[in-house]
Ligand binder design. Structure first.
Ligand SMILES: [Zn+2]
Length: 284
């Protein structure tokens, strides 16, 4: 029984600053303290291992972990539970779903954060800080909604979300059915949070991952409405222009583009292409 883990970093316990989650090679990087980034990478790795242990104790036989945070080279493979396999490095054609098959029984989100624009939620954003809002089929959503629809095309439901309170609540509200949550911190500002102790967070994640396995067969995957309209609001008109010219999206406003997605897989490819095209420097 295979479980796929999309592992992000911003929702990790004790993380509240871009300085903690930005790899030093990132071109736009804020001032970096590499030792702090490495410490948070290790904690992210421990949280993923905790989720894997919980799943394996409750019937999972295979865990595929997708390192889904900027650059996809954050998890320390030597420290990861040895029963996991890890997808990392330059994104494959299926990006965050690389390695997921129709045999995959469930999807876990670890280290997840709230959608762009969320008030008092540490590091709230959607994909990049260039996006002010993402709407799918008329509903404002975040990465949790995007990925749920993409995985839904393969018949795979979201079972577990770990991260900050708002990220977990937004995921549950999007799914409109039960999902097991492991809340490891509460946001107090865009760069501030109240965290529990990391060791407690890891125990909570392990216990809740085991509980989440009970949802298999009892919850449905999120299926994208046919030919759903997808709208992206950028922080700057130049990005909308690049998304139109290089990404093939339709310009529907000064800073807004749109496209139509036939299904969850089409959504994945068009969203990733549009975001890549729009990731341009705003000054020379
Ligand atoms: Zn991230």
């Amino acid at each position: 029984m295979r479980i796929h883990i999309c592992a992000d970093m911003e929702g990790t316990c004790g993380v509240y600053s871009w300085m903690q989650v930005t790899p030093p090679e990132t071109p736009w990087s804020p001032p970096i303290k590499e030792s702090e980034y490495d410490r948070c990478r290790l904690r992210m790795t421990h949280e993923v291992s905790a989720a894997a242990r919980g799943a394996l104790s409750a019937g999972a036989t295979e865990i595929l972990v997708n390192d889904f945070h900027g650059g996809n080279r954050n998890i320390f493979i030597d420290e990861l539970d040895e029963r996991c396999r890890l997808v990392s490095g330059g994104a494959g054609p299926m990006n965050f779903l690389q390695g997921m098959t129709p045999e995959t029984k469930g999807l876990f989100y670890t280290g997840f954060h709230s959608k762009a624009g969320t008030v008092s939620s540490a590091l709230a954003h959607t994909w990049s800080t260039n996006l002010n809002d993402l709407r799918i089929a008329g509903e404002s959503t975040g990465e949790f909604g995007l990925i749920a629809y993409c995985a839904g095309a393969l018949g795979v439901p979201v079972l577990l979300v770990t991260g900050d309170q708002t990220a977990c609540d937004q995921t549950e509200a999007f799914l409109k059915r039960p999902v097991v949550k492991a809340v490891v911190k509460e946001g107090i500002s865009q760069t501030g949070a109240i965290s529990m102790h990391p060791k407690r967070a890891q125990r909570l994640i392990e216990e809740n991952a085991a509980q989440a396995m009970k949802l298999i067969g009892n919850v449905e995957p999120a299926v994208l409405p046919e030919n759903a309209r997808v709208e992206l609001d950028y922080d700057h008109q130049s990005r909308a222009e690049a998304a139109e010219r290089q990404g093939g999206a339709e310009r529907i406003g000064e800073r807004t583009v749109a496209f139509t997605a036939a299904d969850g897989i089409d959504l994945l490819h068009k969203f990733v292409n549009t975001m890549r095209a729009s990731a341009i420097p705003l000054s020379p």
